[in-house]
Structure formats: C-alpha cells, structure tokens
Ligand binder design. Structure first.
Ligand code: AMP
Length: 463
C-alpha cells in the first residue's frame, strides 16, 4: 500500500507536495519522497521514515519547482528498505522522468525476466521501476484512439507500457514539463484529481486536497490516461475497462474516514458496515467500545442502530512510533499496550461489545479482549465490521500469506476461543456488499476468495 500525490502549475510545488503527502501518511510509513520540476530539470529527495521527521526544509528548497509528485511507501512488493523508496527517477528515451505508484503488478516477474533477457539492467527490486524501463522500448496506438498533436511523441510510448503491465496501478509520471496520471482498467486503487486556482492536483484520497484547501474535481477513471501540461488537460482511454475491481478494503480499513474515494464518502460506507453488523446481531450489552481508530466509525453506526451507548473503553496513545526493542516474554503484550490502554472508568462490571474493522491474524483481538477483562469488563463480545479475511491480496494491500490468515486455520468458534471472547461475530459478505451501490464493481477477494484477475504463478478462483 502506498499513497501518491501530484501537483502541476504552482510556485513552490514541492511544498504543496510535502503537505499533500503528509495528509496521506496513514497509507505508508516506511519511506517518503518528492520529485519536482522547474520545467528544466527533474529532481528528487527520498528519505526513510515519516514525512514530518525525515524531509528537511533545506532539502525541499533544493528541489524547488512548478510541478511535483510525491509518495509514501508501505511495501507490498520488493524489499522494504530505502533502495525501493519512491519517486524512482531515471533518464528515459523520452527524457528524464520520475514515477510514483500505488498498487502491485501481477506479471512483474515475467516482465522482469523478459527485460533481463534483452540485456536490460534493473536496479530496483520493485515493480514500479518497469514503468520507466519500458518507456521508449515500443510504441502502441490502440485502434480508434485519436492522439492530440501535442502528445504524438509521448502517448504511443505510454500506451505501450500499459499494454505490457497487468495488475493494480494508480500512478503518476513527472516529466520536466508535464504530469501523466494513469489508473489501471479495473481501477483497483483510488486516484483523484483536484483544483486549486490554476493548479491541478492528484491524490490517492481527497483528504490530501483538504489540507491544501483545494477542491475535489473528479476521480481519474479506471483505464484513464490523463496528461496535464502548460497547454491544458487531455484524457485518453486506450484500453477498455470492462470489469472494475475497486478495492473494498480501502473502504473497510485503509483510507481515512473523511476521504472521498470510489464515488463514496468512506465515513458513510464504514458507518453503514456498523449498522448492518448491528442488524445481524442479537446480543444484549451495556456498552459499545470501538477499537481506535480503525473500529471507530463502524462502532458509531452499530451503537446508533442498537441504541447501546458508545464509550471510549479503549484509549489510544498517539505517540507510538515503531518499536525496535523486542519485548521479553513477560512483556509480550507491550506492543499493543503501547498503543492502546483500557479505560477502567467505563468498563468495570459492564457487558461490552467491542468493534474492530477487521480481524486478520487475530493477535490484536486476543490482546484487546484480555486488556478489557483486566480492566473489569464482565462480558466481552467481539464484533468485526467485515467478513473473515481468507484471501491474500495481490493488488496492493499487505496481507499475510494464506496460512497466516487465522480464518483459514480455524472455525469461528475456535477463533472465539483463541481470542478469549464471550462471543464473536463478523459482518456477512452479503451485508458488506450491500454497503456500496455497485458491489459488482468492487474486488472483495480478501473476503470471498474470488479474484478478479489471474495472478502469475497462482491458481486462483477467478470471478
Ligand atoms: P490482527 O488480527 O492481529 O492481524 O490485526 C488486525 C488489525 O490490524 C485490524 O484491526 C486492522 O485495524 C489492522 N489491519 C488490517 N489489515 C491491515 C494491514 N494490511 N496492514 C496493517 N494493519 C492492518
């Protein structure tokens, strides 16, 4: 998972990119990078760590320009170290270019081998590099596509790249005088366009426009290729988008609740998940307790629907960074305890429904249940605002392997026993699908095991 941001046609574009990508920090905390152009040259700064802590003012002023792209990384493919941090920047046959990518290519290994067989050296271990290495290696003009005179040189090369790659990509190219935005034909990952006076913005989520007081213009559509330069904006649809597969997990967990993506307000959908969870649930309880922050919005929906009061029975510490100290056996719960603390003031002797967005390995829930009991809860009923996670993601979410997913190893009753709850219930798949207007346009393979696309080297059930 990653977050991407872009802005074209504004003085000190690198500063806007800095704040824009800061608003997307939740999408990746491993590394951050900004590339910018002053219409003459493309420059980049890349750092490991968080946006605010790692990029220095002087480093930003060294890349000052009029357009910029930025990235926060949370690795799903390739090594997680600094070498694969983005933007990746390279001299290409079409000039110097930088690229930021959110998603995951499903034919990366085959493409990598194909390029290496041609004697082309690859310097990174991530799929994103291919978007630059394939540039200028071929041309492709799909039938019936009229290319604007200004794009005659560049577009056939971009269409060629798109014809080669498969899988999930919301992506921005920065050339010295333009930005090109791409979204794969299935639209796995979100990408929006915004406006701020004469500037055009791009972002994974609309919360990156809010921080700059820019307005949402529209989404980049699945399969769209959009160019922005000094002459204006031009849009192409080189390949048909027949089947969409927008990621439902973005709505369940990944995106910020105040964001607008996939033609939906995340908050509304997430709250609906909680409401439907309540409708499917007979339990009687005194309190609804959200797991902050991921379960909060669903818990509001659940509490309102059931008319059971919501209380902050778990309090989050907002200063947790990454802990490099491995706890001892006695301190094995310390990682969760560093982030969450139970609030005895509201929990004592109460029957509690605790709500989280998803249960993946089950280790977090186990610790939370234990924590609530120690703080005096009389009963702990765990409710999950999405179905059991049973399928790994090949399209950009960092999920564990199939065997590590607890729902593949245990029945729901066994999971309940493992986490130590008095009862455990998940949102049904039908209810999850009912939270969006057009469920057939979403990928829910992590919950249904039905994949929208073949993945190289795997035998998946294709829907
Ligand atoms: P666990 O069941 O211990 O694996 O933890 C599940 C919790 O981690 C959920 O409550 C989510 O809030 C969060 N979560 C779910 N998916 C991811 C992911 N891909 N990366 C990081 N955290 C996640």
């Amino acid at each position: 998972m990653c977050g991407i941001f872009g802005i074209f046609n504004i003085e000190k574009a690198e500063k806007y990119a800095f704040f824009g990508i800061y608003a997307l920090q939740h999408r990746g905390q491993e590394s951050v990078g900004i590339a910018s152009s002053d219409f003459e040259d493309v420059k980049v700064v890349r750092k490991e760590g968080l946006v605010l802590e790692s990029i220095k003012k002087e480093e930003l002023s060294q890349i000052s320009g009029y357009c910029a792209i930025a990235h926060v990384r949370y690795s799903t493919a390739g090594d997680s170290g600094g070498i694969n941090s983005q933007p990746i920047i390279m001299e290409t046959p079409l000039g110097k270019a930088a690229v930021v990518h959110n998603g995951n290519l499903t034919n990366y290994l085959a493409l990598r081998e194909e390029l290496q067989a041609q004697g082309i050296e690859l310097s990174y271990t991530s799929d994103t590099e291919l978007f630059l290495k394939l540039l200028g290696r071929g041309q492709f003009i799909p039938e019936g596509i009229e290319i604007h005179p200004l794009d005659r040189e560049i577009m056939p090369a971009i269409f060629y790249v798109i014809s080669k790659v498969k899988g999930a990509y919301s992506l921005l190219y920065l050339f010295k005088d333009r930005i090109i935005a791409l979204r794969d034909p299935m639209g796995f990952r979100p990408l929006l366009m915004g406006r701020l006076k004469d500037a055009i913005l791009f972002a994974s989520e609309s919360c990156a426009f809010d921080i700059l007081q820019a307005e949402i213009w529209r989404e980049i559509k699945p399969g769209e290729v959009l160019v922005v330069d000094k002459h204006g904006i031009r849009s192409y649809f080189p390949f048909k988008s027949e089947k969409k597969a927008m990621c439902i997990f973005e709505l369940v967990y990944f995106s910020k609740p105040e964001s607008y993506i996939f033609d939906n307000w995340v908050y509304r959908v997430r709250k609906r998940m909680g409401e439907l969870l309540a409708e499917e649930d007979e339990i009687e309880a005194d309190l609804v307790v959200p797991v902050p922050d991921s379960g909060l919005v669903a818990a509001i929906g659940y509490s309102q629907k059931k008319s059971i009061p919501l209380e902050l029975g778990l309090i989050r510490n907002h200063y947790v960074g990454r802990s490099f100290i491995e706890p001892t056996q006695e301190l094995r719960d310390i990682k969760v305890l560093m982030k969450l603390n139970a609030n005895r003031a509201v929990l004592e002797s109460k029957r509690v429904v605790v709500i989280d967005d998803s249960l993946v390995r089950g280790t977090t829930s186990k610790k939370i249940v234990n924590m609530l009991r120690r703080a005096g809860a009389k009963e702990v009923h765990m409710r999950i605002a999405s179905p059991p996670v049973i399928g790994p993601c090949y399209f950009g979410i960092d999920t564990p392997t199939r065997d590590e997913l607890i729902a593949n190893r245990m029945s729901i009753e066994d999971i309940r026993r493992f986490i130590g709850a008095d009862s455990l219930k998940y949102l049904s798949l039908e209810a999850l699908r009912a939270t969006v207007e057009n469920p057939e346009d979403f990928c829910d393979a992590c919950f249904s095991n039905c994949y929208p696309l073949e993945v190289e080297g795997s035998t998946l059930r294709i829907r």
